[in-house]
Write a protein that binds this ligand. Sequence first.
Ligand code: HPA
Length: 266
Amino acid sequence: MNLTVNYIKEKIGNFTPELGIILGSGLGDFADGLKSVIIPYNDIPGFEKSNVKGHKGQLVFAEPYGKKLIIMQGRYHFYEGYSMQTITYPIKIMKKLGVKTLIITNAAGAISKDFNPSDLMFITDHINFMGSNPLMGVNDDNLGTRFPDMSEIYSKDLILKAKNTAEKLNINYQTGVYAATTGPSYETPAEIKMYQIMGANAVGMSTAPEAIVANYCGIKVLGISCITNYAAGVTDSVLNHEEVIHTANLVKDNFKNLLNELIKII
Ligand code: HPA
């Protein structure tokens, strides 16, 4: 971990990021306009390569509105075959660099019928259906405790701030529970019915591992899902990745506006 931190510090000098942002499917270009230092994951010792469609795979350091940011433009997914440790390694590095708060974004399918594609959902909690936990293995006591509490992974305070900001900007939002699945196949209608009965409102293939590790090492988390489609069986339509990217693109401007406002007040 020291090798990674030292490499990054060489590039960013005495810049100490306080707020981290993970940009999910279709949202990657949020960071494009920002004057910044960019470090491709491929160049960072300890990081693995990322090459999924719609994801760039680089760290962006920028300071809009005087807020020091570290942005992950693209993330590692469990479905790509990466280990839970690889997926969450950047979060531990963020912690070491000084990050106090993390905004995690993703694309998700709506399980709740009263959600609409293009809604934003503030995540109140998650159910980890990935069948693994990123904290498995030897514990690093410098980062967090062996059996960390997960009663409030998603900060109530940040959710309130997000709601107020969305209202101010006239952006439609929902709140709900995010079910995390491994992917890469979308779910079956029977699975979605099960997740719904178990209390989930939306479903996606990311976020839970990063959120668990962030909470474990004392980083406050705000999770925002861009609802890109109805999950399998919720309506008659079939699912495809292009639709997910298409809807994420439609919502992009709202999402950017919301993020910009949140950056100012978080
Ligand atoms: N299921 C899982 N992941 C997703 C979905 C979905 O319906 N939409 C976007 N990511």
